[in-house]
Design a protein around this ligand. Structure first.
Ligand code: FAD
Ligand code: SF4
Ligand code: SF4
Length: 407
């Protein structure tokens, strides 16, 4: 790890996880635990599970180590949650039962519905108020400082993969959190953006950015944007303006992210492999550790559970696009057009066709994980080659080779 003349290390690639803003310990100690210095998974995975993911298990290679996986929704979905609210329901019960004294998470910022502010939630109301996505880089870990100052004995941290990696490393590397029992709920996370980019992007996706209040990239190959009127605007991925395919609009951290499914969390709750049905909010649950099982037990009786569905195979859908992905990760183009790549009507037809004939369930999750791993591998290879050996975990190279692509 490169050090400067004072023996400290400096921030490089950064996802603004919040650890470096803490003043209880020196910033250079926080940086030592940074996933963008230490790399994704590998030793961290081994430390948590006693082994790394098995190279001969294609599902584990993509989804990480799990005790159990299934799809589910809360029988009574929580209004205002991103999907059915399984994350918030587990957090609330963990707190009310006394398992944890506080929840390190996010509230919405006062000035922008989609922006976040870190919070240590220590009441049921504050936990409820944390529900819903804030699709921007967010300093979740900043509230560890309050938890340390309050000498909490047990906390729950809800975060994206970068937060959970950095948290686990920091807890083991330094003594500051050693007296605190820590539970973690992970959300899958990909294509996150910096605050100062968010409105620019939303304006290019939506016809009415000012009224948008909920947004998700869905399994039907469309972005669904819900507006304050209750109307849902659907934009096919294929019909986004070309300028949104410029990799430079995403933070380097998120283009160098190799743990979409938050494999070091105790339990990951997403939606990727769940069936998309009208008026339902099915989610995808990946229980990874005993602590994750403990968290799940709090809401088990409130869940409608379903088995995972879908065909695993998705190779031909990935192979159709690999050439184009690799090319677009090479040199930056001189200009990206503000026009739609494909007119909306044709985009909708393509999305409809692909959602009928394309990968579904675990096949869709397989497709999305592989697509992003390939994109990120070539982004780092071409634009930050010196980071390739630091950031990229072993299984990514094996997956690249499965497609016969060059390393
Ligand atoms: C940028 C982003 C991209 C995502 N991409 C995918 C994806 O591709 N596939 C998939 O399956 N799932 C994805 N998710 C997760 C998914 O949208 C839901 O958050 C998750 O399924 C939980 O739903 P829920 O109803 O149980 O959550 P809720 O009960 O509403 O709770 C959501 C929790 O996530 C926290 N949270 C919100 N935004 C952030 C953030 N930026 N960083 C850290 N914590 C946050 C909230 O504070 C809250 O605690 C993404 C989330 C984000 C923020
Ligand atoms: S990602 Fe977190 S630990 Fe890493 S440099 Fe940024 S704030 Fe610090
Ligand atoms: S995409 Fe990765 S690096 Fe970016 S916020 Fe999400 S987990 Fe962190």
């Amino acid at each position: 790890m490169p050090e400067n003349k004072t023996g400290t290390i400096e921030k490089g690639i950064c996802s603004s996880c919040g650890l470096c803003s803490i003043q209880e310990w020196p910033m250079h100690e926080s940086i030592r635990s940074c996933v963008f210095k230490n790399g994704w998974l590998g030793k961290r995975e081994k430390k948590l599970f006693g082994r790394e993911r098995k190279p001969d298990n294609p599902e584990e290679m993509r989804f990480g180590i799990t005790l159990e996986r299934f799809t589910a929704q809360l029988e009574k979905p929580l209004p205002g949650a991103q999907w059915s609210g399984i994350v918030t329901a587990m957090a609330r019960k963990a707190f009310e039962s006394g398992l944890v004294d506080g929840v390190v998470t996010l509230h919405r910022s006062e000035d922008n519905h989609f922006f976040s502010r870190p919070v240590l939630a220590m009441t049921t109301e504050d936990i409820d108020a944390s529900r819903g996505n804030k699709p921007v880089l967010s300093p979740v870990l900043r509230s560890l400082e309050t938890a340390v100052r309050k000498k909490l004995k047990s906390i729950l941290v809800i975060g994206a993969a970068c937060h959970i990696h950095i948290l686990r490393d920091f807890r083991e590397r330094f003594a500051y959190l050693e007296d605190m029992d820590i539970y973690t709920i992970g959300i899958p996370c990909v294509d996150n953006v910096q605050r100062n980019r968010f409105n620019w992007i939303l304006e290019r996706m939506s016809r009415s950015p000012g009224t948008a209040c909920h947004m998700e990239f869905m399994q039907d190959f469309r972005i669904h944007i819900r507006h304050t009127s209750g109307r849902t605007e659907k934009i096919p991925f294929f019909s986004l303006p070309e300028e949104l395919s410029n990799p430079e609009i995403f933070p380097v951290a998120c283009m160098g992210c190799f743990d979409y499914l938050n494999s070091l969390s105790d339990i990951t709750v997403g939606y990727l492999a769940a069936r998309l049905l009208p008026d339902q909010n099915r989610q995808w649950v990946l229980v990874r550790t005993k602590k994750g099982q403990q968290l799940l037990d709090f809401v088990n009786d409130e869940l409608e559970r379903y088995r995972e569905e879908g065909e695993w195979e998705c190779k031909k859908f990935i192979e159709k696009n690999t050439g184009q992905i690799i090319e677009s990760m090479k040199e930056q183009k001189a200009a990206y057009s503000p026009d739609r790549k494909i007119p909306l009507l044709i985009g909708h037809i393509l999305s409809w066709m692909l959602s009928r004939s394309g990968p579904k369930g675990i096949g869709f999750a397989h497709y999305s994980v592989d697509f992003h791993l390939i994109r990120h591998y070539y982004y780092i290879k071409y634009r930050y080659p010196e980071q390739l050996t630091v950031l990229v975990p072993r299984h990514v190279r094996s997956i690249i080779q499965e497609y016969g692509l060059p390393l």
